[in-house]
Structure formats: structure tokens, C-alpha cells
Ligand binder design. Structure first.
Ligand SMILES: CC(C)(COP(=O)(O)OP(=O)(O)OC[C@H]1O[C@@H](n2cnc3c(N)ncnc32)[C@H](O)[C@@H]1OP(=O)(O)O)[C@@H](O)C(=O)NCCC(=O)NCCS
Length: 180
């Protein structure tokens, strides 16, 4: 689909196995990545704004993104994985996933691994890289004690809904909004 103004990069071929059809190097993000991760996180938030006017991006979003990522890297409950590209994108961060472990006050399993943001540059999409990121972050969340994995994303973001639905996720809670 091309519901947004982002350029699409759908490749011709898909992977015959269950790994990504492009080699991607996934590793924990570090402080030095933050200047590269900030624009990627902003691209994601601007994409969400295109899907829903109630998600209008703040003017200080860049500073917020930087603050948030710094906090994540210092937080033992948080995980940020950076995906490095290949070929001309070698050593360049082309995507990321960020998540955290939250306690569930009333339900079991008591700890939930929440995927907060997942983003790949358009050229890297639809080749199984997203699934690889999802698999790796799920393992990392499990290793931190999560017994269930959830994903937070805007309901109007069709890419995210289809991506997660295809991977067996289903809605368990919903946040509804109206302007005041
Ligand atoms: C979500 C994202 C990380 C998935 O990564 P990916 O490498 O494209 O995912 P995979 O190749 O593993 O899986 C592809 C599936 O994702 C969904 N998908 C990906 N791009 C899509 C698009 N443009 N339109 C609709 N569904 C899409 C589909 O279910 C697709 O399966 P299909 O090709 O059989 O239709 C990536 O598409 C992305 O960065 N999207 C923009 C950011 C975003 O919306 N993030 C989620 C909100 S937090």
C-alpha cells in the first residue's frame, strides 16, 4: 500500500525462508547512534501524523526524541536495537526497534514486553527484516522477564496493523480519543 507520502521501496523478491532476504546486522543501540536514531524516530512519528491528525507532531519533537532515547539507554527495563544496513548502507543505521518491560498490576503474566516503536527505511521494508526485528526484540524482552509481548501503535497506521496481525498479534486493549 502507499497510503502515505513516504517513498515505497518494495523489492521484487521475497525470502524463501523465514529470515530476512537482506543481510542486516542487528545490535543494541549505543549513545553514538542517537543522532542517527532521532531522525528515524521522527520519521515514524511524522508517518503516524499522516495517518491520523490527532497525532500531530510537536515542534520540539526532535528534542523529545533525543531525551527519550537517552533515557532508554540508561534504563535497564528498556531495549533499543539498531539495524545496520548492507552494501552502500554498510555501518549505517537503517532501522530500529525500541521496547520496554512493564509490570501488569492485575494480570498474569505479570510482566509485559511492550514494543513501542519499530521503523525501517522504506528500501528495507517487506523483505522480512521487520519480522527479524520482531523476533529478536521478543527474545530480548523474554530474557528480561516478559511473559507476553504487546505492540503499541496508532490504530490508523495500516502498515503496523497489517504487520502485527500477520505475526499473530490481536488487539487486547484500545485507546479511543476525541478532540476537546
Ligand atoms: C513496520 C515495519 C517495521 C515492518 O517491517 P518490514 O520489513 O516491512 O516487515 P516484513 O517484511 O517482516 O513483513 C511485511 C508485512 O508487513 C506489513 N506491511 C509492510 N509494509 C506495508 C505497507 N506499506 N502496507 C501494508 N502492509 C505493510 C504487511 O503485512 C507485510 O506483509 P505482505 O508484504 O505479505 O503484505 C516497516 O514496514 C516500517 O518501518 N513501516 C513504517 C513504520 C511503521 O509503520 N512502524 C509501525 C508503527 S510503530
Amino acid at each position: 500500500m502507499s497510503a502515505t507520502s513516504e517513498p515505497t521501496g518494495r523489492p521484487a523478491a521475497t525470502s524463501p525462508n523465514d529470515g530476512p532476504s537482506v543481510p542486516i546486522h542487528l545490535r543494541p543501540a549505543r549513545e553514538a547512534d542517537i543522532p542517527v536514531l532521532v531522525p528515524l524516530l521522527l520519521r515514524l512519528k511524522r508517518l503516524n501524523e499522516e495517518f491520523d491528525p490527532l497525532l500531530k507532531v510537536r515542534e520540539d519533537a526532535e528534542a523529545q526524541a533525543s531525551r527519550l532515547l537517552h533515557n532508554d539507554l540508561a534504563d535497564p527495563k528498556a531495549i533499543v536495537l539498531a539495524a545496520e544496513g548492507v552494501g552502500p548502507d554498510k555501518d549505517k543505521v537503517v532501522g530500529f526497534v525500541r521496547a520496554t518491560v512493564r509490570e501488569r498490576a492485575f494480570y498474569v503474566p505479570q510482566h509485559e514486553g511492550v514494543i513501542l516503536d519499530i521503523y525501517l527505511l522504506p528500501l528495507y521494508r517487506r523483505r522480512g527484516v521487520g519480522e527479524y526485528l520482531l523476533r529478536e526484540i521478543s527474545s530480548a524482552l523474554k530474557a528480561k522477564g516478559a511473559g507476553v509481548v504487546t505492540a503499541e501503535f496508532p490504530a490508523q497506521n495500516e502498515i503496523a496493523s497489517r504487520f502485527y496481525q500477520k505475526r499473530g498479534f490481536r488487539p487486547i486493549t484500545a485507546i479511543h480519543a476525541r478532540s476537546l
